[in-house]
Write a protein that binds this ligand. Structure first.
Ligand SMILES: C[S@@+](CC[C@H](N)C(=O)[O-])C[C@H]1O[C@@H](n2cnc3c(N)ncnc32)[C@H](O)[C@@H]1O
Length: 237
């Protein structure tokens, strides 16, 4: 009996060590994890709260496009009844998201999935809500991403896609994050493409509307831009 207990203890210990290795390997591969769980950690609950206040979507399906290791999705799932799919192109982010979702006790409520925001593996009219923070800057074809957001939305649904922080974030923390931009890994870098000015016009022309651009007035002019894209209810003209 004592032998069996020791074998079980050793097995558990080994599984724990293997689990820790798995997670730390993924952290090494997915650089943005340290920012998301460090300096940016207060951003996600504030942004989730803002999205709930502004759009009132608390049930059904949400998709986070380029959701990384799931920080915004986890924050949204904690304060709503939403089932949140975290789509990301980076396999390490997707696997790490799975670990963090388990740690948060949200398995089945937050679902990581590998894929490209410009061609998502979801059926038409799948989601009540689409969100995306800090990812659109890396999509080679931003209009294709907006088309996808619109395609997967249910009639009456809304997408909120952009970058920056939240108007509900503690002003002191926000001031510091804005001042620190450019230092550390804030998901910037040379391959970062701002939301280009013609994008909203192009989207309107492509029939993606109502759409509007929102700027966080606390942020610098080149940052803090969000696109709000709605899908008209099916009974609308
Ligand atoms: C700066 S990180 C932001 C992650 C997360 N949204 C957050 O705020 O914590 C940008 C993310 O976009 C993802 N990404 C870049 N291009 C993508 C694409 N075409 N489709 C899906 N995800 C993409 C990256 O892998 C990365 O996880």
């Amino acid at each position: 009996m004592r032998q069996l207990a020791s074998v079980l203890a050793l097995t558990t210990l080994a599984a724990g060590v293997a689990g820790a290795d798995y997670k730390s390997d993924l952290i090494e591969q997915y650089e943005f994890y340290r920012t998301a769980t460090g300096a940016f950690a207060p951003v996600y609950p504030a942004l989730a709260q803002q999205i709930v206040e502004d759009y009132g979507v608390t049930e059904g399906v949400c998709i986070d496009m380029g959701g990384g290791c799931g920080s915004l999705a986890i924050a949204l799932a904690r304060i709503t009844g939403l089932r949140v799919y975290v789509l990301d192109i980076d396999p390490a982010a997707v696997r790490l998201c799975g670990v963090l979702v388990d740690e948060a006790g949200l398995r089945g409520r937050v679902i990581p999935i590998e894929g490209d925001a410009q061609d998502m593996p979801f059926r038409d009219e799948f989601a009540e809500l689409v969100v995306s923070r800090g990812s659109v800057f890396f999509w080679p074809d931003q209009l294709a991403g907006l088309r996808e957001a619109h395609r997967v939305l249910k009639p009456g649904g809304v997408a909120f896609i952009g970058g920056g922080f939240s108007r509900l974030l503690d002003p002191e923390i926000k001031r510091k994050l804005i001042a620190d931009r450019g230092g550390g890994n804030q998901g910037g870098g040379s391959d970062r493409k701002p939301i280009h000015t013609g994008l909203v016009g192009e989207a309107r022309k492509a029939g993606l509307r109502p759409i509007r651009l929102i700027h966080d007035p606390d942020d610098r002019p080149e940052f803090g831009w969000w696109i709000e894209l709605r899908k008209r209810p099916s009974n609308a003209e």
